[in-house]
Design a protein around this ligand. Sequence first.
Ligand code: MG
Length: 401
Amino acid sequence: MSSQKEDQSKDLFLHADGDSFFVACELTRRPDLKGKPVVVGEDRGIAVAMSPEAKKLGVTRGMPTFRIKKLFPEVVILPHHFDLYLEISGRMRQILSSYAREVEEYSIDECFARVRPSEIKYFGGEKNFLKELKEEIEKTLGVTYSLGLARTKVLAKQASKLEKPGGMVALLSREDEMKALKATPIGEIWGIGRRTVPKLTALGVGTAYDLVRYPEGEMAKKFSRPVLDLKKELSGEEIFEVRSNVDPRSQKSIQATATFRPASANPSVIWRELARNAEEACGHAREVRLASNKISFFVKSSEFKYRYGEAKLLFFSSDPGAVLNAIEPEFPKLLRKRERIRSTGVILQNLLREEKAPLDLFGRQMEALKRTRVEETADKIRKKFGKGSIGRASSMRRKKD
Ligand SMILES: [Mg+2]
């Protein structure tokens, strides 16, 4: 298509929605049931989730299990295993956070994330980005998610619905957006309440496209803020943020990861990426005055194999130099000869509010805090004059002397 692409310097929003999630999770334990009509909900006496095959037979959500047994004796009815769903959902967020900047857990089988343009570029475009993410999810979790990528949160949410199950929809141009909006009845717009639907229909607004086209001033007279916000989001104006669900000072861990291209087996290339991750994670920690004394780090191979390492600090710190010194001796253990690495990450764990860090006998903690103050001053200068204005820990390490 010759249509113009939208501004490529801005973050995109990703929405991921598990396909028949509970059933899909059960099938990871019961591969023998693949392709069969399966229902989850035996313990509650009603169908809570159905496989596509069960839906096709006519099983609907909320249908009592005794009726299902009578009407469709071939349906396999299973009880819930929430621990399993939580585990798969947690692993999904972990995978996602190695592709995206912020991840919001919206429900057990849905998340939003903010994706940087640089990350998409690494993969050679939005389509490849989605393809690789999808491949990793399916290979490692054994379940499928429908993915939507777009300029706003609401557009992303609508995009993931368009080709469910197994969908992979990137709305890259106005033209794509308009097509998606036309295919979305207003009753299916995320956040439009049941009582609002008839009011909109009465105005001739039947689809998301109609809503976007409706004159803003007229709309403002008749509808409240939430509807107007949705209209803006559907028009591509960013109103909603990805929220990481926790008070920033109560975070248990802070992670920074990045994918790089081409994948590399060269230790110094991989180390440089880890150093960047450490700087980024420490920068986030300093912003909210948190410090860590336990560092996890990982490399991910081209085959989606993760290798984790761990290092402890003798004090709490958010100084990338200290973090890198601690992980350096452990780093070679993660590498295998000729194994090509495509992304890395650093996770600061055991986070503690700086003011609560115990001050030890040898003054190490005091020293660490002093270094943090120095980094903080540097953060301010970088903010004011740009990122290149001050050498960072890894760039200093890479200098010859
Ligand atoms: Mg779902």
